[in-house]
Structure formats: C-alpha cells, structure tokens
Design a protein around this ligand. Structure first.
Ligand SMILES: Cc1cc2nc3c(=O)[nH]c(=O)nc-3n(C[C@H](O)[C@H](O)[C@H](O)COP(=O)(O)OP(=O)(O)OC[C@H]3O[C@@H](n4cnc5c(N)ncnc54)[C@H](O)[C@@H]3O)c2cc1C
Length: 575
C-alpha cells in the first residue's frame, strides 16, 4: 500500500499552496500530491484577471476593512465574516510572498505591483499578471514543489475517499495510463479538487471541472454547504462560453445591448459594468429576455449582448488584456479593436462546497469535525463568498486558505500514527466497479446521458429559478439516473481509457447536480446568485443561514447552520 504523512488531491492553486506550506514548515513530512491532470493543467492555470489585496499601491485609501465590507456585501451577507476578515487581512502578505517566490506580477511605472478595478470592489486592488494571472502563479508554485521534493502523482484519478469511524484514512485511485488501482493511506487527507462547471452545458471551466471531490465527500455521507449558489459569469464568449475576463470591464469596456445602450445604467447605476457578477448576469439575461439581445447578423431578439472595447484603443487592449483579444479572435473571428464581442452569461464558479473551518478542517456537522480530513480552494466552503463571489477573491482564497490549511495539517500530522486500512477490501471494491462499467451491456452512450443532464441543469436550475421548474428538473434527473445505470463503454481496454474516466466523472456531475437542485428548491428566497421568480425577495428571517445538504441514495436531507456575523449588519444590497 502506498503511504504518506499527507495526501493532497488537487494540483491547482489551493493544493499546491498547501503542499508548499507543509514543506516549508517541516521538510520531514512526506507529502503526496495527486491530480487527474498534470498539475499545471489544473483550472487555476486559466485564471485571468487577478487577485485582490489592499496593497494600496494605486489607491492609498484602501484598507482590509474596505475589502472585507465589499466581500460581505457582494456575498449578500451570507459569508462568514470571521473567515472574510482573515482573507482580507492576510491578502497583502500572501501577494508579497508570491512575488518573492518569483511570480511576475504586472508593474506600475515605479516598479510596485499594479492594481486594477474589479466588479464589486470599491477600490483598485486587483493584482495581476496581464490577463494570465493563474498561469503566472501556478507555474511558480509547481516548480517550488519540485524543488522541495513533494511527490507528485499526476494523471491518477481518485475515485473514493476512505472514511471509517469518522476518520479520513486515505483514498483509492487509479492510474489513467494503465488503469492500475492503488490505495494510498495517510495521517491527513486534503481535498483541493476545484469546481464543477461541467454540471452545466455552457461553462468557462475546463473539462476536468467535474466536482469529483464534492461528490466523493457526499458519497461518504458528509454534508455539502450552500450548493445552490452557482456563479454565472456575465461575459462568456458566445457561443462557446469561454471566459472573457472581468479585467476587460475593469479596464473600462462597456456592455451594450442590440440598441447600442449601456443598459447597466438601469440595473446598477453607481457601478455600471463593474457591478457584482450576480447582478450583471441577471441584467444581461433580462435584456435578452426583453428582446434587446443581438443576433450574429446584428438584428434584434438574439441570444447575446455585446462587450465593447473599441474606445480603449489598440495599445491598451494589447498590453492589458491581450489574451482576451486573442480568444475572441481565434474562437469567433472578432477583432475587439474594431468590433464588439458577443457575450452572454456562462457558468463559472461554485460558491458552496465542502464545509470547513478557518483552518481547513472539514465539518461533520455544526459541532464536530471529521478527523484527518481537510479541504481548501473552490471545492471548500469556508465561507468567504456566501451567495455571490467577487471577482479576484477566489485566487486569493486558494492562496490564503491553502496556506492556512497547510499550516494546520503540518501541525495535525505531528506525532500521529498512520491509520489502519484494509487495502485489499478497497482494491476489490474499486476493481469490481471498473469491471462492471466496462462489461455491462447497457443501452446509452455516456455523452448522450451527460448532454441531457447538462441541458436539464441549465434549463431547470439556471439564472432564473422557480419551484415548478426545479421539481421538473429533479424528475428529469431521476430518469437520467436510471439511464446512467445502463450506460455502455466502447473502450474495454486498460490503456488511457478516458471513456472510463468520463463514466466516473458523470457520476460525480449527477451527485453534485442533484445536490444543487435540492438545495435550491428548499431555499425559498432570492439571495446573491440564487434568484427565485416565486420568491424574489431576500428573507433574512428564515434564510440568513447556510444550507447543509447530506446525500443518501434515498434522497438528500437539508439542514441549516448559522452565519457568523462579526462586523457588518445585513442591509439591503444596492449598487
Ligand atoms: C477561465 C477562468 C478564469 C478565472 N479567473 C479568475 C481570476 O482572475 N481571479 C480569481 O480570483 N479567480 C478566477 N477564477 C476562479 C479560480 O481560477 C478558481 O476558483 C481556482 O483557480 C480554483 O483553484 P483550485 O486549486 O481550488 O482548483 P483547480 O485549479 O480547479 O484544481 C483542481 C485540481 O484537482 C484535481 N482533481 C479534481 N478531481 C480529481 C480526481 N478525482 N482525482 C485526482 N485529481 C482530481 C485536478 O486535476 C486539479 O489538479 C477563474 C476561473 C476560470 C474558470
């Protein structure tokens, strides 16, 4: 059996930052980092616009308190304010630390780190590396892990969390190259498995963002928190859904409808294009619904609006957001220097996740924690984003809470024995499951079921939700679960069997999707990204609470836990 003191699943920013911290604290701790992709192909590498911190390089009136207030208001008051205080207080320090590690941030003329405007932030505080910030940070982290000798298991798919007697003891994984199954045991297991964008049919996320960590946690009988809060990014490039960073609006681009109007004046007059994402995405959806969207031929009534950069001029476009220009040019043939880009909302981010405290320890319920289990990054819910995340706060969360979780783990594993694990039992279980998927006759191809499932989630649990719609959605999902039981694989081999991985990922998508729908159905109010047409108001008297959804094969049980409010009393949210 393979063993390490610590195993971290996930080679994105959160997992890598945690591993680096443990290695820095104690070089004798043996760390294994597992990822189903190569670590630098984790979705973090695609992060564009930047990372928020009140460095005060551009605006010396900024402060951590202002950053905290913006974050809490942006969250529609659902964020836990103790966690937000930590996030915003530690932000300047983690940015400087990354810069010392070698990350090439963009600069001001005097050499200090530059900072740009971002949606929902009251000051210019987003640090960036042009529009390739995730790329710049992840490469430095991964090369540092290699320097410290962290053992990286790349292209291994983790398929089960081993949880016995309230303690995480390890996990089961299989090698994508040759389908070999292994059990890995450890004193501490950390999930940093990222988001679930592929639950929907149009997303800015990569193909690997299938919510595996969330599903494995749910299937182990542990709760998931606030899963109904799904972020739509306002500017997905139409029709592909690929992200055009908010940095483009941070640099001054306009959103215009088919009439050429800057319609944000009707929705968020004080912030215009830099309103938070929930408000901006809904505004675009309303414009499209009202027939003021555009078609490719420029006529009215179409499925997208425009993001207009033309007034920024070629030099600014090419120096500040060159990658966004290139994406539009390459994918839809638009030259943003002379033409507006077609955009509409695209699924972008998972506000909910595995519930953790501010040291990354996973909650079993309101009063207790799971031994040996930690989580950070997009898959975790600490909760700093509440009902709606502000742009450039996610990279920050990965780094701040990745570092904190690393510290907590380094402390946790000291003087602890390795847990006992019955290796053969878990290998037999995993091999039987793989064999069954490969051999079952089946009626449906994976991509048929996946496409129907993604369409269902998009249609029945999108920007606008209602009880009637969501009940229909849940019915469709139970039909699709039957179909999943009857999928068949064409590839029966054991070399690079990507179809097998897709089958396992589809199971993750379906567990996560059902949890999102059930949590959303129970929340009879509108807050942040969760908008109910049948309950259009926020209802603090009933729902100023975190949802805790516990999955079981017979259904999902919903409970609530309190929100931590230490600094800012909830108010009506206006921009
Ligand atoms: C296009 C885009 C642009 C963005 N831009 C910004 C931005 O400018 N600023 C900002 O703050 N945020 C941004 N975000 C959000 C931010 O990038 C992500 O939330 C963050 O990078 C997530 O990091 P992570 O470490 O949690 O997970 P990820 O980077 O998604 O990494 C997940 C890791 O888990 C591994 N994994 C998952 N499942 C398994 C499994 N079953 N077995 C083994 N390994 C597994 C994957 O291989 C991967 O290594 C952006 C997101 C997107 C999609």
């Amino acid at each position: 059996m393979l063993e390490h003191d610590v195993i971290i699943v996930g080679g994105g920013l959160a997992g890598c930052r945690a591993a680096l911290e443990i290695a820095r604290i104690n070089q004798n701790v043996s760390i294994g980092l597992v990822a189903k992709t190569h670590p630098i192909r984790s979705h973090s590498v695609a992060a564009q616009g930047g990372m928020a911190a009140s460095l005060k390089n551009v605006d010396d009136t900024d402060s951590w308190e202002a950053h905290a207030f913006d974050t809490v208001k942006g969250s529609d008051y659902l964020a836990d304010q103790d966690a937000v205080a930590i996030l915003t207080q530690e932000a300047p320090d983690v940015v400087i630390d990354l810069e010392h590690l070698g990350v090439l941030f963009s600069r001001l003329p005097d050499g200090r780190i530059a900072q740009r405007a971002f949606g929902g932030h009251s000051h210019n505080r987003t640090c960036y590396a042009a529009d390739k910030t995730g790329h710049a940070i992840l490469h430095e982290l991964v090369s540092n892990l290699r320097r410290y000798g962290v053992q990286i298991y790349q292209e291994w798919y983790v398929m089960q969390l081993i949880l016995e007697d309230g303690q995480a003891r390890g996990m089961v994984m299989f090698n994508l190259v040759n389908s070999r199954v292994e059990v890995l045991r450890a004193k501490a297991v950390m999930f940093a498995t990222g988001g679930y964008g592929r639950v929907y049919n149009t997303t800015s996320n990569d193909y690997a963002s299938t919510g595996d960590g969330l599903a494995m946690t749910a299937l182990a009988g542990l709760p998931l928190q606030d899963m109904e809060f799904v972020q739509f990014h306002p500017t997905g490039l139409y029709p592909v859904g690929v992200l055009i960073s908010e940095a483009v609006r941070g640099e001054g681009a306009y959103l215009i409808n088919a009439d050429g109007d800057r319609f944000m004046a009707n929705y968020a007059p004080s912030r215009m294009e830099l309103a938070p994402r929930d408000i901006t995405s809904r505004a675009i959806a309303y414009e499209i619904r009202a027939g003021r969207g555009a078609n490719i031929d420029g006529s009215h009534g179409g499925p997208f609006v425009y993001l207009d950069l033309r007034h920024l001029g070629k030099e600014k476009i090419m120096s500040r957001v060159p990658f966004c220009w290139e994406e539009a040019h390459r994918l839809v043939g638009v030259d943003a220097v002379t033409q507006p880009m077609p955009v509409r909302p695209t699924i972008h981010y998972c506000m909910g996740g595995i519930p953790v405290n501010t040291d990354g320890r996973v909650r079993y319920d309101e009063d207790s924690f799971v031994e040996g289990f930690f989580a950070a990054g997009e898959t975790a819910c600490v909760s700093v984003h509440g009902a709606n995340r502000l742009g450039s706060n996610s990279l920050l969360e990965c780094i701040v809470y990745g570092r904190r979780t690393g510290r907590a783990i380094a402390d946790y594993v000291e003087n602890r024995p390795l847990p006992n694990v019955n290796e053969q039992y878990y290998i037999d279980l995993a091999e039987a499951k793989i064999k069954q998927l490969i051999q079952q006759p089946g009626k449906y191809r994976i991509n048929q079921v996946r496409q129907k499932f993604q369409d269902t989630m998009t249609e029945y649990c999108g920007v606008f939700r209602s009880e009637e719609l969501m009940n229909q959605g849940l019915e469709k999902i139970s039909e699709l679960k039957q179909q999943y039981a009857e999928i068949y694989l064409d590839d029966k081999g054991n070399k690079w069997n990507t179809e097998l991985v897709e089958a396992l990922e589809l199971r993750s998508l379906m567990v996560v999707g059902e949890t999102i729908l059930t949590s959303a159905l129970q929340r009879q109010e509108s807050r942040g990204a969760h908008f109910r047409e049948d309950f259009p108001q926020r209802d603090d008297s009933k729902f100023l609470q975190h949802t805790m959804a516990r999955y079981s094969p017979t259904g999902i049980n919903i409970e609530y836990r309190p929100v931590t409010i230490t600094m800012f009393v909830p108010q009506e949210r206006k921009y």
